[in-house]
Design a protein around this ligand. Sequence first.
Ligand code: PLP
Length: 466
Amino acid sequence: MKLMQTLSRIATYNSHGENSSYFQGWQEYEKNPYDDICNPEGIIQMGLAENQLSLDLLESWLASHQDALGLKQGGKSIFKELALFQDYHGLPAFKNALTDFMTEMRGNKVLFDPNKLILTAGATSANETLMFCLANAGEAFLVPTPYYPGFDRDVKWRTGVELVPIHCTSSNGFKITQSALDEAYQRATKQKLHVKGVLITNPSNPLGTTMTKDELDLIVNFIDAKGLHVISDEIYSGTVFNSLGFTGALEHLIDRNLKHNEVWTRVHIVYSLSKDLGIPGFRVGAIYSNDNQVVAAATKMSSFGLVSSQTQFLLSSMLSDRKFTSKYIVENQKRLQKRREMLVSGLSSAGIRCLQSTAGLFCWVDMRHLLSSKTIEAEMVLWKKILFDVRLNISPGSSCHCAEPGWFRVCFANISEDTLSLSIKRIKAFINNNSRHHKPGRHSRTMSLPKWVFRLSYSQEREPER
Ligand SMILES: Cc1ncc(COP(=O)(O)O)c(C=O)c1O
């Protein structure tokens, strides 16, 4: 008798990405998590893009707005209305407050219309829903590397859509170029993939950089010429801390006077409160589109990942307090900048440099000089050394599909200042210890590598991933 397979093709499809070193690092952290009192020798989690720096501001707002927490309006309970509410269009008050917040975050350069906003359970759900709306299984989106490792799960797994990397390199600070775009498109065509669009993250995870006007020009011209879509994941738009600020995809189209061009309806924004407000547990995300058909289809699909009505109610009270939001935005950016500087200067004192960045909850760190060879295997050896011996979980560039070995994403906003100081101390000790043991060779670059690189490279103890 033929045995029936229990799980479906999708359930067993391996594009979820859970075997990537990005998620493996989290698993190792879970087995031995650092705690200053209970486990001071444990692994410090620096692989999680979480913003814990301004939660106190949210807590003190809540303390003085008990009605919002108690599901009351003007002192009167609205429990029943909220408990019964299940409209997939979302609470109008919340959609107004969220679009106002998105507008404020962009210095009022673009006015978001609540009728074009679809609420989703986080950006994860927003990205997948957009993919379901714009592409069939087997069709493709181009995506600049390095990119957020979660995209393999979020946009490929259940949709069957393919992601084709646009290879960016350190030679120009990982900027998108015309030739990289063309090369990715041709590669996709050679693989007989029908390209439907480009997926960008602005500000970038993992780079922490914002897109330049030239890059945005390039992408808009490209999709215009080829009749494609853009999904612009702008989940980190509120973390930008330099005075030049941030230009999102829609502001760029407005600047170029393209509001009446067809591209206006082919650029779709993804947003969420997970990073800017630091509340990933609340699962609040959104799609914003100027295409009525996309808005209608995505609204219907949002039934699979709605935001609960009490969350919408609570946050509509908070976000419509404009005095609070403007103070929060400024203070949060200040705290993020201070943290980033602390990490950058700490690493610099250990001879490690970071890519210049102005946003995000992480730095893109250059450890190429610590590799035994310019290979992904050598990057894995270094990553394991840092994970198991230095006891820091950071994310290797290869998990972000970076083609150039030796880059790592290091997060700084999910731990306390003391824990960050400790992690810098550990890195310094590791670098000092290894350089003390090693005697530099005369010419060869490999001869000037720390001793452990050789030891681990040739040991079978921890096989490098392939
Ligand atoms: C670029 C990007 N998009 C989406 C997500 C998922 O966000 P959410 O928690 O809102 O689902 C993340 C989370 O790290 C991210 O970095």
